[in-house]
Ligand binder design. Sequence first.
Ligand SMILES: Cc1cc2nc3c(=O)[nH]c(=O)nc-3n(C[C@H](O)[C@H](O)[C@H](O)COP(=O)(O)OP(=O)(O)OC[C@H]3O[C@@H](n4cnc5c(N)ncnc54)[C@H](O)[C@@H]3O)c2cc1C
Length: 444
Amino acid sequence: MNAIEEQGGVGVAIIGGGLAGLTAATILARAGRAVALYEKSRELGGRARTTERDGYTLNMGPHALYRGGAAAPILRELGVRWHGKAPQQSGYGFARGRLQPLPTGLRSILATKLLSGGAKREYLTLLPRLLRLDTQPLRGVPLRRWLDRTIRHEELRQLVLMLVRTTTYSADSERLSVGDALAQTKLGLLGNVDYIDGGWRTLIDGLRDAAVAACVRPAADTRVVEVVREIGSGAARGVRLDDGTVIDAAAVIVATDPTSAAALVGDAQDIPLSSWAGRAIPVEMACLDLGLSALPVPAANLAFGIDRPLYLSVHSAVARLAPAGGAVIHVGKYLRADERTEPEADRRELEWLLDLVQPGWRERVVARRFLPRMTVAHALVTAEGGGLAGRPGPAVPGVPGLYVAGDWVGTTGMLTDAALASAKLAAETILATVPTRAALAATA
Ligand SMILES: Cc1cc2nc3c(=O)[nH]c(=O)nc-3n(C[C@H](O)[C@H](O)[C@H](O)COP(=O)(O)OP(=O)(O)OC[C@H]3O[C@@H](n4cnc5c(N)ncnc54)[C@H](O)[C@@H]3O)c2cc1C
């Protein structure tokens, strides 16, 4: 028996036990709704899962929480506690295989050989302009077009591309909306980010505890195979589990990827889920997650590619992720959805970067995991789609009572900020229509 059956009432069924599903479940349950949450994997957490290997705490690729984004206040509101620190903003940039100071302050701008004298002067006038820029009117403009029109020096364009890649994870400058990309870059530069002690599992555990305290019993290892709809009205009336059980619910939130969401609801002309899924361009990364017994070069904590879409950061430099003396490094290559790369070649490129920044790392490997093509976000924020304003949901037109949540949904934020903001909006919209557990019991 699941929680809803035991309570003998209908409430809200949530599909997906990642950050979005857990957030929606907690908000609804705290407001007295009977909630059932189903996760097909054995473990909750989705892409925010963290693995322990020999005392090393590995997120699934590099994860950083935007301090000024939408997610942090929602997590706080739900009582989730975490401790994190910002990575230092200085480090290396590299071009043509040479490490140079990353131009982040006046001293490093003057010192770096990444920019010519003219490009440095242009950068010094561009940076304050960028930080003040009203980005909204630029939502429909592709990043590449804006760069070509706005910035004179090619090496400065490459530097801005690197800053945008680092904060949005997107390497597709032809399609990315410059308005939303620059807003995200400002969020990173002005507000900074936190690397989290204990990894992102801290957030998952905190959300799960908050959900359980509000009487949700998340059901892991339970796959939903269908969103059940009413004959006639087409409204969502529950979910079917893979053992055939149908769980009645007054509303359903699908907190999965867009393709799974479309498959769960099925094809119908009046439902836009398949076209949402078809339009979504995934933002992807090849990730090499490493635990080292010690850092060969302790001061080299951060390196970003200027002429190659590569990233390296020692997350344990500021967050508790490794045993004393050890280090956790995340290395990544930003991938474009329209370019198929060879995973082995990507892995070698990531190792090349480690050789450049941390020579001698191979002898110190304790934990290693290569994830050739992780989906960082399910939908690139495109200029063609009108930027964030053009993203779908959370309500699904044509299916009363059906909502979606995730990093591809709603008009707020990117990445986890989008996942949590859309989950909150979906939950709060449902509160207006689905009665509390107590009200249902009174009418039963
Ligand atoms: C390499 C990498 C780096 C990232 N870095 C950052 C970062 O620095 N900052 C940031 O803010 N975000 C980052 N993200 C993004 C962040 O991890 C995601 O936005 C967030 O975890 C999405 O949560 P979600 O719940 O929407 O989706 P998911 O975590 O994908 O959860 C969806 C869940 O639904 C389950 N599911 C699917 N179908 C079914 C079904 N039929 N029945 C039951 N369950 C089902 C899945 O198993 C999954 O657990 C990164 C992601 C990656 C991969």
